[in-house]
Ligand binder design. Structure first.
Ligand SMILES: [Fe+2]
Ligand SMILES: [Fe+2]
Length: 506
């Protein structure tokens, strides 16, 4: 019943009876719609927003029982209450009426008080039914939405405001329906002393967000620290109960007729101007969707915190392993960046790119087991020393271990000295036998080694380094590298120079 006047369909083939009903109902504010036969009644039920139907049993052609049956078998109209009018107060017709789905009966001649009382009672039941139905639909819609949020939840990409946008888009009134929904939604987000206010207005089938100013202290808009508050106010009491809030809304050209508010100590959502009275149910719906997002925000923050602790630990371990190495701490950051660039150019997934950027840092962690004398030796290594040096790949894999989060680091440590043509170590793997992370890392490590001075060579500039990698210099050869990785390098080589320069200037 969205229109303010209740519309009663009276169906009778006797014009006199229709006039009698009209005389009884119109003065009491009911809008009377009349039909003289079954098909006309069904047409009006279908096309006009009928709230209740008074239906004569004895109709020419299609009788009242059949009309009632058809109303009750129409899934869109079956909630319209039907009161059957019969001159025959016998049990048989009443049973037929009940079987046809009628909610109630009145007998001719009409008793005005009885007709009005029955209409009122059935309309009350219908209102409760409608409310229940709408509540169910809202719950079903919002729970599907909540499921979708959780299914697509990615803590790394989680942007709280985007989630709030989509929640508001779900609950705000749309041009196409949901008269049950608020017309305006106001959001307040408190961050220490600052509070940011946003308003959402429905524009057609969309909702538009814009910033707004609300001069409210945290006490009036937000809950006391640590607690959660749900309130709802209808027209009569909203101006009394939320004076400051209403005044600030007025300053923003919002006339408040009712409101539902959910607030925590740092977040507040106010849904304004529903097209009907608001109830505690509206407050519950609002709180459940918002709580879901607040929970996911908190989860996302915790996951990001754990991720950053994970990265920190990886780099700490990598730095520890380079204590006696000629490479500096910057080397591990740079190779991670080169690997990230190559991986992106090779169209690897975001997860892979993020993984290799961090886990590449551990490629030489096995050097922790290599004697400093070998690591720091300026002259040529003896065969035995070289044999020991090569072991850093195996030591690294052993240190990293078998945890699934570190599987990429493990593959990199083990395979970053393998060469595409099979001339590398420790296993002499060829081509795609070498994990892709290892093939990427091998080129990245070579680039950085060539750019930096070694005991056996000076530091080369970017162009010389590229020439050595792409064309070879006798020691480094192009077929050491995966051709696809080499092509990716050729395409983005200037960005390698950027990474190197940035790292050296910082
Ligand atoms: Fe290495
Ligand atoms: Fe390295």
């Amino acid at each position: 019943m969205n229109q303010s006047v209740t519309r009663v369909l009276c169906v009778d083939d006797e014009p006199l009876n229709l006039s009698l009903l009209e005389a009884m109902l119109s003065p009491r504010g009911y809008d009377v719609v009349m039909a003289e036969n079954g098909p006309e009644a069904l047409e009006k039920i279908r096309t006009e927003a009928i709230d209740i139907c008074l239906l004569d049993v004895m109709l020419p052609g299609m009788d009242g029982f059949e009309v009632c049956r058809r109303i009750k078998s129409d899934t869109e109209k079956d909630t319209v209450p039907v009161i059957m009018i019969t001159a025959l107060a016998d049990m048989k017709n009443r049973i037929r009426g009940i079987e046809a789905g009628a909610e109630d009966f009145i007998t001719k001649p009409f008793n005005a008080s009885e007709v009005l009382a029955r209409i009122k009672m059935l309309l009350h039941v219908k209102t409760l039914n409608d409310r229940l139905n709408s509540a169910y639909q809202n719950i079903a819609r919002l729970s599907a939405f909540g499921e979708q949020i959780i299914r697509n939840f990615d803590p790394v990409d989680f942007v709280f405001l985007e989630k709030i946008d989509s929640i508001v888009h779900q609950i705000i009134r749309k041009k196409s329906g949901f008269a049950d929904s608020p017309q305006i939604v106001v959001i307040g987000m408190a961050d220490q002393a600052e509070c940011q206010w946003l308003r959402y207005d429905c524009v057609g089938t969309d909702s538009k967000r814009s910033p707004m100013t609300m001069n409210l202290g945290n006490t009036s808009a937000f809950a006391a620290a640590g607690s959660q508050v749900m309130t709802f106010h209808n027209e009569a009491d909203v101006h009394m109960a939320a004076v400051e809030l209403v005044a600030e809304c007025n300053k923003n050209d919002i006339t408040v007729t009712n409101m539902v508010r959910y607030a925590t100590d740092s977040f507040c959502i106010i849904a304004l101007n529903y097209d009907r009275e608001v109830t505690t149910y509206d407050a519950t719906v609002l709180s459940s969707v918002v709580m879901q997002s607040l929970f996911l925000r908190s989860l996302a923050l915790q996951v990001k915190d754990t991720e950053s602790a994970f990265e920190y630990t990886v780099f700490a371990l990598a730095r520890a392993s380079e204590a006696n190495d000629e490479d500096t701490g910057d080397h591990i950051l740079r190779v991670g960046n080169y690997c990230g660039l190559l991986a992106r150019q090779l169209n690897m997934t975001d997860k892979f790119i993020m993984g290799i950027r961090i886990q590449a840092a551990l490629h030489d962690v096995g050097k922790i087991h290599i004697a400093p004398a070998i690591l720091k030796k300026t002259g040529k290594l003896t065969d035995d020393e070289w044999r020991e040096m090569k072991m850093h790949t195996l030591h690294g894999s052993k240190i990293i271990g078998g945890h699934h989060r570190m599987s990429m680091a493990d593959r990199i440590a083990l395979s970053h000295h393998e060469r595409y043509d099979g001339s590398g170590y420790p296993h002499g793997l060829t081509g795609r036998q070498i994990p892709i992370e290892g093939r990427i890392m091998n080129l990245a490590d070579q680039y950085d080694a060539l750019r930096n001075a070694r005991c056996y060579k000076p530091a080369f500039d970017h162009d010389t380094t590229c020439r050595i990698i792409i064309e070879g210099d006798g020691r480094t050869l192009p077929h050491h590298f995966d051709p696809e990785v080499l092509t990716a390098f050729k395409d983005i080589q200037t960005r390698f120079a950027d990474v190197f320069e940035t790292s050296n200037s910082s």
